[in-house]
Design a protein around this ligand. Structure first.
Ligand SMILES: C[S@@+](CC[C@H](N)C(=O)[O-])C[C@H]1O[C@@H](n2cnc3c(N)ncnc32)[C@H](O)[C@@H]1O
Length: 311
């Protein structure tokens, strides 16, 4: 693993916001850090770190944009603060959000720390874009966000559907503590109930909609994760040999917790092949997301009830 050397830091001694972002991006690239926790490339990540450290709005225009703050001077003391943040990002290999204690999803800010994974679920964009609204209706009143982690999907669902009540469940007390911060930050305590539950065990139901971004990373992929992902709780990612350990139990238990016309929206990341091998006969709808049509699926209660699913 490479790390920032003291000789790398003078490269950040640019005199303007734009120069710091450019120099920071070069540092991140040279260090070979991984992205995927809110940004996908070195420049965006550098802009995030520089703007946050300088207390500037994260959507500040840079580059050629009108009103750009590219040429704004940065005092030497602030340059040093920025340099220290880049050094920490490169040395620790923690996702930027763990350093800034904040992540954004669909324009909504969430508190985050090492007790819960950094929110990035594709289900968030489906909620915002109405990606499965055709399966909802007046009957959709009780919603479960299973494996809630930081609580982001429960919060976004509560914002999208003002009438509904949500149970948000997780097996991790640490994650639930983070979720509580986010539920309170957005003033949703009266609509979101946090539950400690192993799978569906303590989730009463019946639910009209279950959202679930479970641990689904298969063992071979877990062994190759970059350090940024290994900085997150293993419990949040590891899904067993084929990634389907949690999902097998869930699909078996779900019908008993679902109302007649309920649906389950399930994120499986890059595990479609493993999913189809595990549940070859199960009819599901693949939902279109920015990462493709094979990362999130929807399954109706009727389909789950009809198929005898392996535990
Ligand atoms: C991939 S994270 C999803 C977090 C959040 N929903 C998100 O999208 O950012 C998976 C979550 O499942 C939780 N989890 C793992 N095993 C569980 C179990 N048996 N029952 C309930 N939650 C579990 C982990 O603690 C973690 O918070």
């Amino acid at each position: 693993m490479s790390s920032a050397s003291p000789t790398a830091l003078p490269a950040l001694q640019g005199a303007t916001v734009g120069a710091l972002v450019a120099a920071g991006a070069r540092l991140l690239e040279a260090a070979g850090v991984s992205f995927g926790h809110g940004t996908t490339n070195a420049r965006d990540e550098a802009a995030w770190l520089v703007l946050w450290r300088l207390g500037l709005p994260l959507d500040s225009p840079l580059g050629e944009d009108p009103g750009s703050i590219e040429d704004r001077p940065v005092a030497p003391a602030d340059q040093a603060l920025v340099a220290t943040l880049f050094e920490e990002r490169i040395r620790s290999r923690k996702p930027a959000a763990y350093l800034t204690r904040e992540a954004w999803l669909q324009g909504v800010p969430f508190y985050v720390d090492e007790r819960a994974i950094v929110p990035r679920s594709l289900i968030a964009e489906l909620i915002a874009d109405g990606g499965f609204d055709d399966f909802l209706g007046a009957h959709t009143q009780r919603v479960l966000d299973l494996c809630t982690g930081n609580g982001s999907l429960a919060v976004l669902a509560a914002m999208a559907w003002p009438e509904i009540h949500i149970d948000a469940a997780d097996i991790s007390d640490d994650a639930l503590a983070v979720a509580r911060i986010n539920v309170e930050r957005h003033g949703l305590q009266h609509r979101i109930r946090l539950l400690h539950s192993d799978g569906l065990a303590a989730c009463p139901g019946p639910y009209d909609l279950i959202l679930c971004n479970p641990p689904y990373v298969n063992a071979a992929s877990m062994a190759q994760l970059p350090p940024e992902y290994r900085a997150e709780p293993t419990l949040a990612l590891a899904g067993g040999t084929d990634g389907m350990d949690f999902i097998r139990r869930l699909l078996h238990a779900a019908p008993a917790r679902m109302s007649e016309h309920a649906v389950l929206v399930l994120e499986i990341g890059n595990e479609r092949a493993h999913f189809e091998a595990a549940f070859p006969q199960l009819p599901v709808f693949w939902l279109d997301t920015s990462a493709g049509e094979d990362q999130v699926l929807l399954v109706e209660r009727a389909a789950l009830s009809c198929f005898s699913l392996p535990e």
